[in-house]
Design a protein around this ligand. Structure first.
Ligand code: PLP
Length: 483
């Protein structure tokens, strides 16, 4: 038996590469990523390829071992090239992502040391780091001591955790589900609706409160609706306000909504997945006043702190509510639960074993300090305003409201023909070109183009190029139309 065990150890040894083997692969991987970053300004933001990465199927899993050069080539052709390059400054669509370098090194250390970040007993340091970040963010929002929170994989899971917490905090039981009411606007992110369904609340009544011309919830309408619902024997339960909508970047009147929520005793949740970190800027702080009145808030460092995908945050003002919905125990965890120390993430989230996410935020914050993050956010606000001003000077273009955050809506209105189909074509031409990536939305039946500035690599030269491309493609289309 000893011989058999030793033989298996040998066979499994590729899982434990030695110093030279590690160096060989690591150097190639680093060279690959360096090439990626160094060439990023010349690469397309959006790339339509023939087979859309299907070549990856030519390399099935089995006994065969590939060398690192082949593996990186397979990756480059089939994963890096096709589709969107979210790391590009030319990503100006939806809500752009990030990918700051020091986060990748945080992930690298996290993966190699593999700390058990969900529980204090095995990894007190990792839990302290996590809780320290939660406190830092709570402080940014204006939440008090005693705030608890989770580092999640993203905003959708953070919103889901918030909705489950709100459900239990307000004591909703199965019999209430058909009578409880959620108040939001048509601008709310679809993950809220998804979260309600996952949380068993598919039957909950949704009220889409009317919005003003800036796509913000009208507080008086909210108040009226809550009163009406109370009178009809329903259970007004949850308000979801937007601290920056995905669609147009609108910020609901957070303070007024907070007062109404308090008067009527509802749970006040805020979705700041896109916009909440703008609170670090002077303009954002004024705009987001009233954020601190919410009971829970979601913010996404993988959006507005420029981190690579994989980090959302939920903050809940009163820890007990998070605990109530998520604490657990099991016989095999008896040593863990009896250990003294700080609150364990596993006790206030649906996850037990998890990626040590704190490090990808902690490392860049330590190496850079907060000032560059604030400057980058301020730059994005100004770039959006700059684009708004410039596109307004070009004949034929129509703009939405001046951006409060970093999303600009606009479209070209041709002299003849249907504007919707013109702008649809214009977007397609811009995507075929690929140097910048834009998206569109439907605003009250109007096909509208969006430019969202949030990628950390988007700078003045990016916006100048975007303007050039938009004008060039528009001129070409106008010429075709009038021929
Ligand atoms: C992106 C976004 C979400 C969803 O977050 P993910 O991190 O993509 O899961 C929710 N709400 C708003 C306002 C968003 O912009």
């Amino acid at each position: 038996m000893r011989d058999k065990i030793l033989e298996l150890e040998k066979k499994a040894s590729p899982l434990e590469p030695n110093v030279e083997q590690r160096k060989l692969v690591r150097d190639k991987v680093v060279a690959y990523t360096e090439r990626f970053i160094n060439e990023i300004e010349d690469e397309k933001a959006f790339n339509i390829t023939a087979d859309k990465g299907a070549g990856i199927y030519d390399f099935p899993f089995g006994e065969e071992q590939l060398d690192i050069d082949t593996v990186l080539e397979v990756f480059r052709e089939n994963v890096e090239k096709p589709g969107l390059n979210p790391a590009s400054g030319g990503h100006l669509a939806y809500i752009p992502g990030g990918g700051i370098y020091y986060s990748s090194l945080g992930d690298y250390i996290a993966a190699i040391t593999n700390r058990y970040a969900g529980v204090f007993y095995p990894s007190p340091g990792a839990v302290r780091m996590t809780n320290m970040l939660i406190k830092w963010m709570a402080n940014l929002i204006g939440y008090p001591e005693g705030t608890a929170g989770n580092l999640t994989s993203g905003g959708s899971i953070a919103n889901l955790t918030a909705i489950v917490t709100a459900r239990d905090a307000k004591g909703l039981k199965g019999v209430d589900y058909q009578k409880c009411v959620v108040y939001t606007t048509k601008q709310a992110h679809h993950c809220i609706d998804k979260a309600l369904n996952i949380a068993g609340l598919a039957e909950a009544i949704r009220r889409f409160i009317p919005m003003d011309e800036g796509h913000k919830m009208i507080p008086q309408e909210l108040d009226k609706q809550i009163i009406k619902d109370k009178e009809s024997g329903l259970i007004p339960w949850l308000i979801v306000a937007a601290a920056g909508t995905t669609d147009v970047g609108a910020v609901d009147p957070l303070e007024d909504i907070g007062k109404i929520s308090k008067d009527h005793g509802l749970w006040y949740h805020m979705d700041g997945a896109y916009g909440a970190f703008f609170v670090m800027t002077k303009k954002g702080k004024a705009l987001l006043k009233g954020m601190e009145l919410s009971d829970s808030i979601v913010m996404d460092p993988h959006k507005s702190l420029f981190l690579p995908y994989g980090l959302g945050v939920l903050l809940v003002k009163e820890e007990k509510h998070l605990q109530y919905s998520h604490r657990y125990s099991a016989n095999y965890l008896q040593d863990v639960i009896e250990a003294e120390g700080e609150l364990s993430p596993a006790n206030i989230s649906p996850e037990l074993t998890k990626h040590f996410r704190a490090l990808r935020l902690w490392l860049p914050l330590k190496l850079c300090g907060t000032a560059p993050f604030i400057a980058c956010l301020e730059e994005k606000l100004l770039l959006a305003k700059y684009f708004y001003d410039q596109i307004g000077k070009i004949p034929g273009f129509e703009r939405g409201k001046e951006p409060e955050l970093s999303v600009v809506t606009f479209r070209y209105v041709p002299k003849d023909g249907d504007a919707n189909s013109f702008n649809k074509k214009l977007l397609q031409e811009i995507l075929n070109d690929g140097r910048i990536f834009l998206s569109s939305t439907d605003l009250e039946g109007v096909f509208t183009l969006r430019l969202a500035v949030l990628a950390f690599r988007s700078h003045l030269r990016t916006i100048d190029e975007a303007l050039e491309i938009i004008v060039q493609k528009t001129d070409e289309l106008v010429r075709v139309n009038t021929q």
